[in-house]
Ligand binder design. Structure first.
Ligand code: PLP
Length: 376
């Protein structure tokens, strides 16, 4: 059986986790957490980043930092994971779903302005499959209307937009290191601050509402409870796992890219014959091979393809059911404008197996069986 995903394991994870365990400090902000954060800041040139217990937790921190509350509206795509929405719903905000572009499955920047009202406070972007949204346009709209931009770059670790790394293109950026993402720590994530204006606030929210980070930096001699917050720090055991992967960043990146490119080339003729559509990467976007998907004619053909692949030992999976049609989406939000692409495109999309170390034999099997479905 070829799995859809196998969590990344590069070799030194156990060694580093043992080091963390024997080091006598396995709580948050230990040596491995610091190493990971420093690596991320240096590698991507970020002013500040904080490991969190999940991508969801990073989004919750971002939502806290935007200060949205009851009566405020947040614009977001309906085609996303529920955490993008949950973070704002927990603050009492109302969701306003906007349609996606069919080429990238990302928020359609041309449909955002029509959804803005006096109550709009935030635009939450999602970089689907690690491909950036049209961020310059979105940031311009946000600036014109005095809105904040939260970038859900959960899938975009290592991707770029006009040469700039994702995660610090808006006001607050969020990554995930869940086991399904390119780099993992089991459960985990990171919050990125594109500038240091909100550093103190972010550190307080992350440290249960205390100014403990300032205390550790020696800026104050006693720490205390100063605001609301939660515990968003991951254990250093998890950070140790991530550290092994960051050390092997290029190896993992290149291996995933090889799979992506191999699939992409192998399916070129299927696209030419209009049997499938392949992902489209806008010229200004550098992706991270987070996901390879194909689009079939419709949901029936997709179901048939899933069955065909399963019969040949391959697990391929569809993705999000649009949030606006989910029970919580109906309760907490509304869809603005016409659902031209969100539902239609989500029903056609199929993700193929892609994980670190998948190997050439598995790649070729996937390619062969996708082709054999069409008799090619
Ligand atoms: C994975 C993911 C999340 C959630 O990340 P967790 O680490 O699983 O909490 C949020 N948004 C998007 C778009 C994701 O892909």
């Amino acid at each position: 059986m070829i799995d859809f995903n196998i969590p990344p394991f590069t070799g030194r994870e156990i060694e580093y986790m043992e080091q963390a365990a024997r080091g006598g400090k396995i709580c948050g902000d230990g040596p491995f957490t610091k190493k990971c954060q420093a690596w991320i800041n240096e590698h991507f040139n970020f002013p500040a980043s904080y490991l969190t217990t999940s991508g969801t937790a990073a989004l919750e921190m971002a939502a806290l930092l935007t200060k949205v509350g009851p009566g405020d509206e947040v614009i977001l795509p309906s085609y996303t994971f529920c955490s993008t929405a949950d973070a704002f719903v927990q603050r009492g905000a109302t969701l306003v779903f906007v349609d996606i572009r069919p080429d990238t499955m990302n928020l359609d920047e041309k449909k955002i302005e029509a959804a803005i009202t006096e109550k709009t406070k935030v635009i939450a972007t999602v970089d689907y499959a690690g491909v950036a949204c049209e961020m310059d346009t979105i940031n311009r709209i946000a600036a014109e209307h005095g809105l904040l931009v939260v970038e859900d770059a959960a899938q975009g670790f290592g991707s770029t937009y006009k040469g700039r790394p994702l995660g610090n293109l808006g006001d607050f950026g969020c990554f995930s290191f869940h086991e399904t993402k390119n780099f993992s720590m089991g459960e985990g994530g990171a919050l990125v601050l594109p500038n240091l204006d909100h550093r103190d606030e972010a550190e307080i929210y992350r440290e249960k509402g205390t100014d403990r980070s300032k205390y550790f930096r020696g800026q104050i001699d006693k720490y205390t409870w100063v605001d609301y917050g939660s515990s968003y720090l991951p254990s250093d055991l998890n950070a140790a796992y991530l550290w092994a992967q960051l050390e092997s960043y290029d190896t993992v990146y290149n291996d995933r890219m090889k799979t992506w490119n191999t699939y992409h080339e192998a399916f070129e003729d299927l696209e030419k014959e209009h049997l499938i559509e392949r992902p489209q990467i806008p010229e200004e976007c550098g992706h991270n091979a987070h996901m390879y998907y194909i689009k079939l004619r419709d949901i029936e053909e997709r179901t048939a393809m899933i069955r065909h692949l399963k019969e040949h030992g391959i697990l391929a999976v569809f993705h999000y059911i649009p949030l606006h049609s989910a029970p919580a989406g109906l309760k907490f939000g509304r869809f603005d404008g016409i659902d031209e692409y969100t539902t239609k495109e989500s029903e056609r999309l199929l993700r193929l197996p892609l994980y670190y170390g998948i190997g050439d034999e598995n790649r070729q099997t996937v390619i062969r069986e996708v082709r054999s479905f069409f008799g090619c």
